[in-house]
Write a protein that binds this ligand. Structure first.
Ligand code: NAI
Length: 681
């Protein structure tokens, strides 16, 4: 839509809610630009969006479809801007992302509300900006800021970018008026209109900057083609304009059709889908504004913090004064730390703390819309706590357990209202980790599940529905994976061989370093509890138990699989551990042999894939893609590999079946071979 004000044509982008640059909007902009150009009464042009969005960029639903390349493409629209004889000013508010920012970069001027959020999130989908953004941005803001915006994918506010060179004006209000004024000012100039593309950067400086950053890439960044492509594109800023654009395009196309971007696009879609309950369970959630948390330990405190951050009122309960005081102190320290680090204003932190009540008085539970317990992982303790919760909670309150492994039904049976009980499995640290497993007990009402999912969204988590099975989705797959990694120790690998191979694949940490970090005693206790029911023919690797017997409980004890000096992990395992491993191999009658990194990676992935298929067969997971969300968000599975299900779909089916059979032979009793066809949509 065009409106003429003071001889300036104001073109409004109007595709709610976020002005995604789909083919219809691209056409509208191109047509409006043509009309404004042709109108002799128009001296300048302003492009404006809505208060929520100038434009959130490309429409991901068009990805991989013909619509994405349908004319006018974004490059075509931007070409019109480049050729425009009249000054064009972008008036930006709300989100200005990806293609939206690239559009603005091609305008002659940019004016923004100080709260506007500008960013290039393409990297999150394994891409780089593909419509000139990699070439224009550094010409305006310099190499360093351009790299930060492209490499992090995180938007910055206009206020933060005020001095960057990106914006001609940052205003608190009257955005359109300011943009009109800017356009009029340009129109009155005798000099050529300013264009980012006309600026020239020093080629030697570009070269040196890019080389320095190539050397600084982390191991995980090196595994991601888009991180390297960002630098390749930056380097092209030293080239002739057309040549730079051509190179950007080439890199973009290569990335878009490459495996990492496809995996990231899969994750993106999987996360969006996971937040939706299956159709038969969809119903309106109950309202939650007051949350009670029972147990102020590691998890209780983390859960309380994320509820406070989301604006809820929180009642935190404990069993004794000292645990309560410790929990309260931890919440206080958290907010002090955020303020000290400049991550939160003192008033926001104060507001959060004001919403918190800590108490030993369990009658306060009656105030809560949702109650979650995070007490010790012990069924009897939890059942007792749920009996007490049941006695005080109001009718209609949702009752949740944060258990990692226990049977949600057995916990629900301790109450008079199992339909109101569900599992809400947060991950540690609960205020940081995005994953939330929403566990459906056999009696859980759909409305209660819907409330769990909605709460997840309120707390800015990624909620994933799971059935009530030992370890739910995540810990069950992780157990299968860890077990497989332990088999590989007996077969001939050292812990560092396994950890390094999996880190090379992109895992944040290998399983043995993770085990040391969490503490081996937790697993040890669980193994002892399971010992009476363990089948004698099951392949059981006792190395961890022997480590614990020697007091090597992990990082906190200074030694576990690895030794630690001043908290720093020694890269290789010591003689004690190797001796225990050698002995384990000997006792199983295995002649130790070297396992290649590829073999280690494949076995670990296959173990996950088989378990993933079992979870689907058993109905614990309702969608294959949910499993990928859980592994990526909760277990450090490399996002750009898409998750175990995505990985499996890239493999040759016969080879997968053959290799899973071979895992089964080696694992002996208890290894159930899944029907892998359930993983294919
Ligand atoms: P923790 O030991 O740090 O905290 C437990 C707290 O519960 C203690 O402060 C204790 O005083 C309190 N408590 C125990 N019995 C109580 C009772 N009867 N009434 C009131 N308060 C009581 O334990 P953590 O690590 O926070 O774990 C809590 C729960 O969260 C467990 O079920 C655990 O499996 C689960 N979880 C733990 C994760 C972790 O990484 N730590 C991750 C995900 C879930």
């Amino acid at each position: 839509m065009i409106e003429i004000r003071n001889s300036i044509a104001v073109i409004t982008l109007r595709t709610p809610p976020l002005n995604f640059l789909d083919v219809a909007l691209r056409k509208q902009i191109a047509d409006d630009l043509d009309r404004a150009q042709a109108d002799p009464d128009v001296r300048g042009i302003v492009l404006v969006g809505s208060p929520d969005a100038f434009s959130a960029g490309a429409d991901v639903n068009e990805f991989g479809t013909l619509l994405q390349s349908a004319e006018p493409t974004l490059a075509t629209v931007i070409g019109r801007l480049d050729a425009c004889q009249k000054p064009v000013v972008a008036a930006m508010s709300g989100v200005v992302l990806g293609g939206g920012l690239e559009l603005a970069l091609a305008c002659h001027g940019r004016v923004a509300l100080e709260t506007a959020r500008l960013g290039l999130p393409e990297i999150n989908l394994g891409l780089i900006p593909g419509a000139g953004g990699t070439q224009r941005l550094p010409r305006l803001v310099g190499l360093q800021t351009a790299l930060e915006l492209m490499q992090s994918g995180t938007p910055q506010t206009a206020k933060q970018l005020e001095a960057s060179g990106l914006l001609d004006k940052v205003v608190e209000q009257d955005l359109i008026e300011a943009a009109i004024e800017q356009a009029a000012q340009f129109a009155g100039m005798t000099a050529a209109l300013p264009r980012a593309r006309d600026r020239v950067l020093n080629a030697a400086q570009v070269q040196a900057f890019v080389q320095a950053w190539r050397d600084k890439l982390t191991a995980r960044q090196r595994l991601q083609p888009a991180c390297i492509a960002v630098l390749d594109a930056l380097q092209a800023v030293a080239l002739d304009w057309q040549e730079g654009l051509r190179l950007e395009r080439e890199l973009y196309v290569q990335l878009q059709t490459g495996p990492a971007s496809r995996a990231l696009q899969h994750q993106f879609a999987a996360e969006r889908d996971a937040a939706q309950l299956p159709a038969d369970l969809q119903t309106a959630p109950r309202l939650v504004s007051v949350m009670a948390v029972v147990g102020a330990g590691t998890m209780g405190v983390g859960i309380a913090i994320c509820a406070l951050d989301a604006g809820l009122r929180v009642v935190l309960l404990e069993q004794d004064e000292s645990a309560l005081a410790r929990g309260r102190r931890r919440v206080g320290e958290h907010y002090q730390g955020r303020v000290a680090a400049g991550k939160m204003s003192a008033s926001v932190a104060q507001g959060a703390e004001d919403r918190l009540t800590v108490s030993l008085d369990w009658t306060l539970l009656a105030q809560a819309d949702l109650i979650i317990e995070a007490v010790f992982e012990d069924l009897a303790v939890k059942q007792d706590v749920f009996r007490r919760i049941d006695a005080h909670a109001r009718t209609g309150a949702v009752l949740a357990t944060n258990t990692s492994y226990l049977d949600v039904d057995a916990i629900a049976q301790a109450t008079s209202r199992p339909q109101d009980v569900l599992g809400l499995h947060f991950f540690s640290p609960a205020n940081v980790m995005k994953l939330l497993e929403v566990v459906r007990g056999k009696d859980t009402a759909p409305e209660v599940l819907a409330t769990g999912m909605a709460l997840g969204q309120t707390l800015k988590k990624l909620p994933v529905l799971t059935g009530n099975a030992f370890g739910f989705i995540g810990n069950r797959i992780y157990n299968a994976y860890r077990k497989q990694c332990e088999f590989m120790l007996e077969d001939g690998a050292w812990p560092e061989d396994v950890d390094n191979a999996l880190q090379d694949l992109g895992f944040a940490m290998g399983p043995f370093a993770v085990a040391d970090l969490s503490g081996l005693d937790i697993a040890w206790r669980m193994r002892q509890a399971q010992a009476p029911t363990r089948h004698p023919d099951e392949r059981y690797v006792a190395i961890l138990d022997h480590l614990c017997e020697k007091g090597r409980l992990g990082r906190k004890a200074g030694a576990g699989y690895y030794t630690y000096t001043d908290g720093k992990q020694c890269k290789t395992t010591d003689g004690v551990v190797r001796g225990l491993i050698d002995q384990a191999s000997f006792q199983r009658g295995i002649a130790r042999h070297t396992l290649s990194a590829a073999e280690i990676q494949r076995r670990a992935l296959l173990a996950m894939v088989n378990e993933a298929a079992l979870l689907l067969q058993e109905g614990v997971a309702s969608r294959a893609s949910d499993i990928d969300v859980v592994l990526v968000q909760g277990y450090g599975f490399p996002r750009w590999e898409g998750g175990p299900v995505f990985w499996a779909r890239q493999q040759q089916r016969q080879a997968l079946d053959r290799d899973v059979q071979s895992l089964a032979r080696e694992a002996g009793h208890g290894f159930v071979v899944a029907d892998l066809s359930v993983l294919v949509d």
